[in-house]
Write a protein that binds this ligand. Sequence first.
Ligand code: FUL
Length: 486
Amino acid sequence: MKNRLILATMMATLAMCMAAQSTPPAAVEPVPTPQQVAWQRMETYAFVHFGPNTFLDQEWGYGDADPACFNPTRLDCEQWVRTALAAGMRGIILTAKHHDGFCLWPSRYTDYSIARSPYKGGQGDIVAQLAAACRKHGLKLGLYLSPWDRHQASYGQTEYVDYYYNQLEELLTQYGPLFEVWLDGANGGDGWYGGACEKRTIDRRTYYDWPRGHELVARLQPGAIIFSDGGPGCRWVGNEDGHAGETNWSLLRIGEVYPGYERYSELTGGHADGDAWVAAECDVSIRPGWFYHEREDTLVKSVDQLVDLYYRSVGHNATLLLNLPVNRDGLIHPIDSARAVAMHQRIKAELSHNLLAGAKVKASNIRDKRLYGTRHLTDGDPDTYWATADGVTRATLEFILPSQQRIDRLMLQEHIALGQRVRAFSIEYHNRGRWHAIDPGEETTTIGCKRLLRFGAVTTSRLRIRFDDSRGPLCISEVGAYCSPD
Ligand code: FUL
């Protein structure tokens, strides 16, 4: 009797697995919001650090700089925007206020701003100029508003927190749609503070009353992603070198992480058991510093280095926020823009011709051929995907190419709207009658929004991907194989 029951259960499970399932796989929580999905698909965007530091040749202004120092003579926000676009970027984030407290827009709440500078006789508003340039050229705008303010006398008291949110409200309401609001984690310490010239320490978990800021952004800019060390929209990746972990979960145990969280390495790879969707953003400067320094003109990252960063950020399930500092003229330096554009061209050359596009695909399991079939794997549409049946968390995909090809790059994408699933995978190529493992020299664990792998070229007409472990049925939206030009 017992045996018959077991057999019946097994048959029923088998039948369930074999029958086509026309409903989508259930989401594996947590899942991203549509805004988070759209944000991650932006892939790369520019950071612009600009302010009195640029003119005083420093990184962290003390808060006592004379506004008279701020005087760009050829400032052209359209040049910044055109540079970002030519570099394949989809947005630009400006330091509206850095730690020195100086505002690049004429804030109603302080006169420590562009209004007291010689620039345009005190009539300038660089946030407005950049917003107009972005609108004109179709680039998205984001703003950085440093919580730490080394100028304000009230810093450390509750009065400052009101001041901070008043400023945030100005930025959220005066400049059109923002794609990201950047809340830096560096906080408290020495400063001018209205002339007190002392060290002030605040409780980084409680002082700013962050729920109030998050509510303000959600209400006034519902499309904007909030960056901070621990989200809630996206998280710091735990380093300023520009790379995410080879294993990188877009999940975070959000209650544990706060601005200034010390366990950086956890931010690099996320939490496999996280209860919130908080994907990583890799912020890095094209030069050693965040602000422009002439002495660093010879230290701009090479095209090879920048391309490597793309593979280790976007190709590791994160975004790349690349800083292109603006110089004293008010322009991005030609060396920096040339390198950023060349980086984009190289990436395009390496990853634009998908050798799998005409291939025949054999999948060990298909949820429903019509709706979740393998043709979606190479259709270039990130919203369609191949899926396996409920209960099938291991599967293989074999691509049979019309002819032998040299391959040295692979791209995998999960349909993240339904959650990040894959925990382990491996890749193989067929040659002389047997399968050989491809070793990309890095962990092949998570995939997420995009995973890119580089490896020594193999020549083959058959490529196999084994999905070895997943948190639910597989949902893979794209697979690509490429041959880099050299
Ligand atoms: C850090 C700041 O202290 C740096 O000056 C820079 O703005 C960087 C992006 O974030 O925390």
